[in-house]
Ligand binder design. Structure first.
Ligand SMILES: Nc1ncnc2c1ncn2[C@@H]1O[C@H](COP(=O)(O)OP(=O)(O)OP(=O)(O)O)[C@@H](O)[C@H]1O
Ligand SMILES: [Mg+2]
Length: 276
C-alpha cells in the first residue's frame, strides 16, 4: 500500500430504502492524516452516508474500499474491527459511568465472557486519564469521576481519545460540535487536529461552516443525497460554502424570498423554508 492510498474510499455508492433513493453516486476518499468535512443541510443524507461508512447500512450499489481493497461490512462491529470508529454527537458516553469504565466499555472481548469479567479498575482509570491527557485535555485527572459531570466537549474528547487508543484508523465524527458553546467546540476541534496529527483519516460532519474551515483539508457538500461540490482548503470562502449548503441559492436570495413571502402572507413565514 502506498502512503497515498486512501484509508477509506467510496466509489459510486447509492443507498435506497425500498423505493426511496437517499444517496446518489457518492464518491469520496480520505487519506491518513487528512480531515474531510462533510457539509450538508438537514435531510441531505449525512447520517445515511456515515451509517453506510460505519457498517450500519450496506450500500445498494457501489463500492467501499479500505486501504485500496474493496470490502463489505458485516455490521457495525465488523466496520469497527476494520478500524472505523464513529463518535456521535454526545460522545456516546454513559453519564452514570466512570471515565475509566466508559473508556473501556464495549472494547473488551465479549465473546463468552461477561463484559466486566476482566475489568481492572485502577489500570483502566490510569490508561483513560493518560490517553485523554495526551490529547491535550489536562483537566481530567481522576478516572473515577462520572462521565455525567464532564462538559460536552470533554465527553467528546473522551470518546475520541478512546477511538484513537483502540486503534481506529478512520474517525467519523457526527456533528461533534453542534451542541457545544464556543470554548467547548474549540476544545473538540483541537482534538480533531490531534487525531489528524496521529495519522487518522477523519470524517467530520457538520453544518457549522466555521468549524469545518478550522480543521478541514478538504470538503464535500451533500445536497439531496449527492455530492454537489468537492473542494480543498482555501479554494472557497466561507460565504461560498454557506451558499452551496443552501442548495446553490445565495443566502441573500433565500432571505429575500422568505421576506417576500411574508409580505404577501400577513407576516407569516413559509411553512417549510427549504432551498427546494
Ligand atoms: N431508513 C430510512 N428509510 C427511508 N428514508 C430514510 C431512511 N433513513 C433516512 N431516510 C431519508 O433520507 C434522507 C436523508 O436523511 P439523513 O438522516 O441521512 O439526513 P441528514 O443529512 O443526516 O439530516 P440531519 O442534518 O437532519 O441529521 C431524509 O429524507 C430521510 O427521510
Ligand atoms: Mg443526520
Amino acid at each position: 500500500m502506498s502512503t497515498n492510498t486512501p484509508v477509506i474510499e467510496l466509489r459510486n455508492v447509492d443507498k435506497s430504502f425500498g423505493p426511496i433513493d437517499v444517496l446518489h453516486e457518492i464518491s469520496l476518499k480520505v487519506r491518513a492524516g487528512e480531515v474531510l468535512c462533510l457539509l450538508g443541510d438537514n435531510g441531505a443524507g449525512k447520517s445515511t452516508l456515515i451509517k453506510t461508512l460505519a457498517g450500519v447500512h450496506a450500500p445498494t450499489r457501489g463500492e467501499i474500499l479500505v486501504d485500496g481493497k474493496p470490502t463489505t461490512f458485516d455490521g457495525p462491529r465488523d466496520a469497527q474491527d476494520q478500524g472505523i470508529a464513529t463518535v456521535h454527537q454526545f460522545g456516546g458516553t454513559y453519564p452514570l459511568m466512570s471515565i475509566g469504565r466508559n473508556f473501556f466499555l464495549g472494547m473488551e472481548p465479549t465473546k463468552g465472557f461477561g463484559p466486566f469479567k476482566i475489568f481492572d479498575r485502577a489500570k483502566a482509570n490510569k490508561i483513560a486519564v493518560e490517553e485523554v491527557q495526551k490529547m491535550g485535555i489536562t483537566r481530567i485527572t481522576d478516572g473515577d469521576r462520572l462521565v455525567g459531570g464532564l462538559s460536552g466537549g470533554e465527553r467528546q474528547s473522551l470518546a475520541i481519545a478512546r477511538a484513537v487508543y483502540f486503534g481506529a484508523r478512520v474517525l467519523i465524527l457526527d456533528e461533534p460540535t453542534a451542541a457545544l458553546g464556543v470554548k467547548q467546540a474549540a476544545h473538540v476541534l483541537r482534538i480533531v487536529n490531534e487525531a489528524k496529527k496521529r495519522g487518522l483519516a477523519v470524517i467530520f460532519i457538520t453544518h457549522q461552516v466555521m468549524h469545518a474551515m478550522t480543521v478541514g483539508d478538504h470538503f464535500a457538500v451533500l445536497i439531496r443525497g449527492a455530492i454537489a461540490a468537492d473542494f480543498r482548503k482555501g479554494e472557497k470562502t466561507r460565504e461560498e460554502i454557506t451558499d452551496l449548503m443552501a442548495g446553490g441559492e445565495t443566502m441573500a436570495d433565500l432571505e429575500a424570498s422568505i421576506e417576500g413571502y411574508m409580505e404577501t402572507h400577513e407576516g407569516h413565514p413559509p411553512k417549510v423554508a427549504t432551498a427546494d
